[in-house]
Design a protein around this ligand. Sequence first.
Ligand code: ADP
Ligand code: MG
Length: 415
Amino acid sequence: MKTIEDLEVAGRRVLLRADLNVPLDLTDPDNPRITDDGRIRASLPTIRKLADRGARVIIMAHLGRPKGADYAERAAGGPSLQPVAARLGELLGRPVAFASDVVGEDASRVVAGLADSDVALLENVRFEPAETSKDDAVRGEFATQLALFGEYYVGDGFGAVHRKHASVYDVPQRLPHAAGDLVRAEVEVLGRLTSAPERPYVVVLGGAKPSDKLAVIANLLDRADRVILGGGMSYTFLAAQGYEVGHSLLEADKIPEVTEIMAEAGRRGVELVLPVDLVAATHFAPDADHEIVSAKDFPADREGLDIGPATCELFAEKIADARTVFWNGPMGVFEFPAFAVGTRAVAEAIIAVDGFTVVGGGDSAAAVRSFGLPEDAFGHISTGGGASLEYLEGRTLPGLVALEADDPSSTDAPA
Ligand code: ADP
Ligand code: MG
């Protein structure tokens, strides 16, 4: 992969794909509040480097999951990237021009108005249905329009590199391109986790749904020495062992697959560690009544929202001797302080490890920051949950494939 240093960006228009997909509090829809700006901060070094070198930086990014049949419906429903442009400007310490559309009149106007070292952000690329189209021709046509804005492409949106989307996969095929510093750093770290990690290699997985994580668990059975499972997804594993899980998150249709994974772990000598006690709440609410119960005696009328204290201790013990740790997914509903205890305990146990530690996953990273834990206490906090999981599953990531490919030949390149 080429790097930014390989491009002569001074005075040139550089289309930069960044990952600015931050969580928003939409309680007041007229005044959306960014609840965690970690992804914006992680994007700053590449933006600064390009601008400092005299590039005219045009940023493409997505936010949330806009719904609607066409551009107009999606733009009306939001979310708009406008508050992100404002926050980005504050953090950069220079104005960020915001285009109120993606490839429309305003975008053309903003791009044409850029001087050297200026930074602009286009509106949410997912307002354009073509961005995520499964049809190569539809995506390609949209990518050609986007590519007209730039002379170079820089891919730095690690959180989106597993998506075969126009701004991730198709635009770099149309322009000379390079990987941004964030993407390079992420790939380097994930490479360390897959090729010869120091042992013991302990993987901690949590979060909501096993269906998101089964493929990665299956692939990690080749590499990890121990896999610790908590959070919403662990209830399907507990159910597969025949335990009652009440109203807890359960993917009953995944029980056969989960059973097979447990058997395979046994055959390979990989230790699977499950919760031994849980916090059983009356319902899903921040102030719900709750009690600690044994994983073997879960009350049928309750919902598990966190791991219990004995599990916190067990997990900490199983993490302590690790030389390499990968953690993805909270141990409970950490957004509710009453059910954040287990996630915090795991984060602290990982911080105490004398080895290489990686946190992957937007919610896990947000949890670390919400606890006020020092981010530099971890070896690396990945900005891409899905992307890092797919990498660890051993899949090829379209955005990386496109960045690794040769530049389009000069005869195809725009004048
Ligand atoms: P990440 O973004 O780090 O990859 P996920 O998106 O997989 O993590 O999962 C995060 C979500 O899982 C959080 O919103 C959290 O509230 C939820 N979660 C964790 N444990 C539970 C549980 N026991 N019941 C319901 N939701 C849970
Ligand atoms: Mg998540």
